[in-house]
Design a protein around this ligand. Sequence first.
Ligand code: URA
Length: 407
Amino acid sequence: MILDIISKKANKYELTKEELETIFLGYLKDEVKDYQMSAFLMAICINDMSDSEIFALTDIFIKSGDILDLSFIDDIKVDKHSTGGVGDKTTLIVAPLVASCNIPVIKMSGRGLGYTGGTIDKLESIPGFVVDLSEEKIKKQAKDIAIVVTSQTKDLAPLDKKVYALRDVTATTNSIPLIASSIMSKKIAGGADKIVIDIKVGNGALIKTKEAAERLSSLLIKIGTYYQKEVRTVISNMDRPLGHNIGNKLEVMEALDVLKGNVKGELLDLSLELASKMVSLGKGISEKEARKEVTENLENGKALNKFLEFVKYQHGDIDNLNIEAKIYNIKSNKNGVLKDINALAIAKLSESLGAGRKSKDDKIDYNAGIVIKKDIGEEIKEGDILATLYTNIDDPKFNLEKIFEIS
Ligand code: URA
């Protein structure tokens, strides 16, 4: 039976929901083996999935675990997701911005596996910050201050987690239908009414081409429509890191700077765009009207105050965000103009400094990371500092030419 299902997909036939259930639920119960699921996932990568197969798979993922009930909040709940990027600290900026506009943000976030930390790692780098809240605490905090970011208390889409771990080691992570059902199953199980998704595209992202990003965008919207959840997407560049700081504590510092109004550029623009889409969905107003409100709350300090209130509520001590690490500078070895900063190379360097995890039990050094000191298009002189590295390892290794393109 399992072999019939695998060969049906390998021969480009459409599978029924029952067939998908047989193989995926069998995998969850360890009846279907890793090697069988690997072959099946590769057949999906090569032969794609129809819309009805994608809806069926999303449903199977959702029903494999808990579904969060956020009905204790009357307002529309809007969630945000990013497909993952280097220096992506937008949740830390966007969540308080949106909450300051009176749209509740209740977010279950993950730790990062791979080159950089996830939102939970970034928040946990704030001394004292508590990331694992009980359901009672989540409810109280949501009612009191309209913003909660917590690690997953419930077992949301455990089948996706198991399949994702296998995709990670079988070169099947970049299948667009698999990505779409993976993301949407977690968002729907997470209880949101409306969802904004930031699709990262570029060398530092899972999705490498604009065409693939556009296909993913249309699938995410279709799955949302199927579940009566409005989805809006943003496709944003990940050939270069987002912002200047990479690494957990350093990213919190940059997010704080954005909320203080001290940072302009791509990070601010993307944060405003995501927040405007969320407020527009939450209030049923145009994105233009929402952007006005969001920008006002950035400028009048309400978003910053919401962030400080949120950190304090979860016991974080933002005034003691000191970096305890040794400092190394990367200096330019020539004159020229900074043409490019390679996101993937920066991510690998950041991980080697201690800011990421290779396996899920690795410990992150929250102090480790990189601050990029120059912007694309800037004139560079030999000896100029291009980046500062923070690490507790001795003598970090890096390849200047792989990271910075100067000509
Ligand atoms: N993010 C997810 O949650 N799942 C994927 O498959 C890819 C990115």
